[in-house]
Structures are given as structure tokens and as C-alpha cells.
Design a protein around this ligand. Sequence first.
Ligand code: GLN
Length: 189
Amino acid sequence: MAGKKTIGVLALQGAFIEHEAALQRCGVQTRQVRRPQELGEIDGLVIPGGESTTIGKLMQKFGLDTVIKKKAIEGMPIWGTCAGMILLAQEIDDGDQPRLGLMDIRVKRNAFGRQVDSFEADLDIEGIGPTRGVFIRAPYAERVWGNVQVMARYQDKIVMVQQGHLLGTAFHPELTNQGNIHRYFLEMV
Ligand code: GLN
């Protein structure tokens, strides 16, 4: 055995510190990823929540997007939360912002309305069970195709998807202490 797994957390902008802490509570090593070569040193990657337009532009600027796509095609597990899920999507409802386009989903940004910026809800996740979901200016998936599996809905809207080694959550599991989604992702790694 090669010892402890190392999970990279894309650390350009957004909630990467919280993801690192949650992953460390699960007993894995973490590494902040800001440069393409750091992608060679990890077993899986988390793309955190934040501002998807900013993260997308920075990924391009630092040449991370092409390497992440290459690693994804080679099979590296990737989990995107909120802005991260937007960046994984092939289609984004309102524009042509930079993205990885790895998952067969169409997302709508800030999709739960302006009045309700943030909220929490109890979700029942396929194969995982009851989970508290923290939503912050969250997207949802309007449409999925290919072999995408819908894992959770909130008020009929798709808020969690999996496509093979790619995982997307519209909510923020790094902001609760439950740890179950982090453990689920680590099983994929
Ligand atoms: N609304 C943000 C976006 O569109 C995502 C919000 C979040 O990641 N919490 O990028």
C-alpha cells in the first residue's frame, strides 16, 4: 500500500480551507492546488464553492484547466461543490464563462432566487441517506444526460449528481460536521 491518500483542494478562491479541514477529519492528507504540477501529486481533487467566474478565469490563467481535464480523462476523481459543480458542467444557463465541461449536466446559477440567498435543508441522498444541506447562492442542474446519476433533489430540483468518478453537489458539505459526503468521495478515490 502506498500509504495515506492525498486529496488536492483547488485553492484559487472560495471555501478551500473548510474542505481541507473536513478532509483531514476523515484522516486523509490534503494539498492546496494552485499550479499545474501540483495535480501530479494528488489522488483526487475537490473544487470548492466560491465564485465560479473568478475560479474559472484563474484556472485558465494558471493553465490548470487543461491539466485538470487531462487528469479527469485519465480517471482522477473530482468533486465540485456549488461553484465547483458549475465549473464541472458542460452547459451553464446564462453565459459563456470558462469551465471544465466534464459532466453531462446543464446548470442554472443562483437558481433558488435572490430573496433566498442562503438556506439549509434536509436532503435524502441516494445511497448515502439523510444529509443536512447548506445552500449559498446555489445552482441546480436543470438537465442531465449521458450516464449521469441524480443523487439528490430539493423541491424537485437536482442538487447532487454523479457521473462515474465525477461528483457534483450544489450544497456545501464542508460547512457541516457530518462528513458523510467527504467520506463518500474518498471511497471514490
Ligand atoms: N453563485 C456562485 C456562482 O455562481 C456559487 C456560490 C457558491 O459557490 N456558494 O459561482
